[in-house]
Structures are given as C-alpha cells and as structure tokens.
Design a protein around this ligand. Structure first.
Ligand SMILES: [Zn+2]
Length: 117
C-alpha cells in the first residue's frame, strides 16, 4: 500500500476523490470537501475517458529515469467524472482530443498514459 492513486495506476484504474456526504468530486487530494466541508472523502475509480485540456512536449527529461522516454508528451486531461489529472500521452495529441487512459509499467511503478479514442 503506497497511495490510493498510484496503487490504482498499478491496478489499471485512474482514481479520484469524491465526497461521501454530497457527492462532489475533488480537484486534488484533500482532507475536506471543497463543496460542503465534509470529511468523508472516498477514492473512486474513474472510467478512464477524458478530454485533453493542455499539452506539453518534453524534449529534455527532468531526471535520469525519464531520459529513456524523451521526447515525450505530457497532458492535463479532464476526466469525464470532473477531476483533472496529469499523464503521459501519445505524440500528437491536441487540446480538445478525446482520450482514454492507458497504463505503462515504468521502473517500480506505473505511468498513466493517454491515447486517442
Ligand atoms: Zn461534500
């Protein structure tokens, strides 16, 4: 058990937090609901479909481990459930593209990697 989000990636699902009291999704890991202040936040599995919100092409990797992947594409994608997540993506994706989550084993963990629908 490391973290619900990264454990989810290892299991092939994108997870996000949701309020048990009012049902509002949470924009990042939080301790209280952004909508009602409730403390009963629970991790849920997203269906994995998203829309690309922003795209960044990385030509120089930030560390040694990622150098093997460079150049690569990072996106901010808005899950259909509402939260926005960062992930890798296939080259050439554009803002507004519909994408589906994929999972790439990398080192000790798993990278979220989107591909076009
Ligand atoms: Zn709430």
């Amino acid at each position: 058990m490391t973290h619900p989000y990264t454990d989810g990636l290892d299991a092939g699902v994108v997870r996000y937090q949701c309020c048990d009291d009012c049902g509002a999704w949470q924009p990042m890991e939080r301790h209280a609901c952004r909508s009602c202040g409730g403390l009963q936040l629970r991790w849920r599995d997203a269906a994995g479909l998203a829309t690309v919100h922003a795209v960044t092409e990385i030509s120089r990797a930030p560390d040694e481990a990622f150098r093997a992947l460079a150049p690569y594409t990072l996106v901010l994608a808005t899950l259909d459930e509402g939260p926005r997540v960062m992930g890798h993506a296939e080259p050439g994706v554009a803002i507004g593209d519909r994408v589906r989550a994929g999972f790439l084993r990398f080192g000790e963990g798993t990278l979220l990697r989107f591909r076009r629908e």
